[in-house]
Each structure stands twice: as structure tokens, then as C-alpha cells.
Design a binder for this molecule. Structure first.
Ligand SMILES: [Cu+2]
Length: 157
């Protein structure tokens, strides 16, 4: 009887520590990541996605990189005297529990110095580095010209 009482709590402790482990990993995720295809010779491309911050702490994107581009920036689009203007976002903030949506005509990613054209149906990896959540990988889908692309004429040379 006494042996039984001692054994159960020890077994439960072992189970709990085995399941719990250290603090949960980042639950920040990127979904719906896509890019419009680019014409041959294009040097820039755009990207759109949904970023969901599940860390419980306000977070900020400190870096973005992809093997398909020399650099990756986040831009906003604003109407300025009837002209669409783009501005680089230095600190892309994602509030605790919040979601930031990048979509055509609004905030978007700019892929600068494309290594090769983005072809519909292809996929490419993108790494976002967050101050709190660390590195989050996105798998970006390239969509055909039927998809809305937004106007990126402002980025052409
Ligand atoms: Cu842009």
C-alpha cells in the first residue's frame, strides 16, 4: 500500500517533465505567402503574406532574406496627391496576438535584384527574422498573371 502511494506521484512527475519540456517554441507563423510571376529580365518582384504573432509579446521583423533576391524589403503604398508612392518599412511591427496582412495595393515585400524570373507554379523559400520569435521560414508560391499584382511601376528603372 505504501509502495503504491509513493510510486504513482513519481511516475506522474516524470511524465509531466517529459511532455512539458522547456518553454514552448515560437508560434509566430507566416501563411498565404505568394508572389506574382515576373516577366523575363525583371530585376524586382513583389511578395504578399499573412504574418500571425502567437508569442504573446509585441514583435518586429528585423531582417528578411531569400535565395532568389539580393535583398528583401517591406514597403507601404500610400496615395500622395493622386500619386501612388512606396516607402520602405524599417520596422515591420506585429503586435502580440496580432496579424499583419501584406497584399496588393497595400503593404508588400519587394524582392530586389532578382537572381532569376519568378515563374508561375514555382516556389521559393523566404526567411523572416523576428526580434522575439527568431527565424520563421515561409514557402512562397509564385502565381500566374491572372493574379492581381498591384502596381510596381515605381520600382522599374
Ligand atoms: Cu514596393
Amino acid at each position: 500500500m505504501q509502495t503504491w502511494l509513493k510510486t504513482i506521484p513519481v511516475a506522474m512527475l516524470v511524465m509531466l517533465s517529459g511532455c512539458g519540456g522547456p518553454s514552448a517554441p515560437s508560434s509566430t507563423e507566416v501563411s498565404e505567402a505568394w508572389s506574382p510571376e515576373t516577366p523575363p529580365g525583371a530585376t524586382v518582384g513583389a511578395g504578399y503574406m499573412t504574418i500571425r504573432n502567437g508569442t504573446g509579446t509585441d514583435d518586429v521583423v528585423t531582417a528578411m532574406e531569400s535565395p532568389v533576391a539580393g535583398s528583401v524589403e517591406a514597403h507601404t503604398m500610400t496615395m500622395d496627391d493622386g500619386m501612388m508612392r512606396m516607402r520602405k518599412v524599417e520596422n515591420l511591427e506585429v503586435p502580440a496576438g496580432g496579424t499583419v496582412v501584406l497584399k496588393p495595393g497595400e503593404m508588400h515585400l519587394m524582392l530586389i535584384d532578382l537572381k532569376h524570373p519568378l515563374v508561375a507554379g514555382a516556389r521559393y523559400p523566404l526567411t523572416l527574422t523576428f526580434k522575439v520569435a527568431g527565424k520563421v521560414q515561409a514557402d512562397v508560391e509564385v502565381r500566374g498573371s491572372g493574379a492581381p499584382t498591384g502596381d510596381h511601376s515605381g520600382h522599374q528603372p
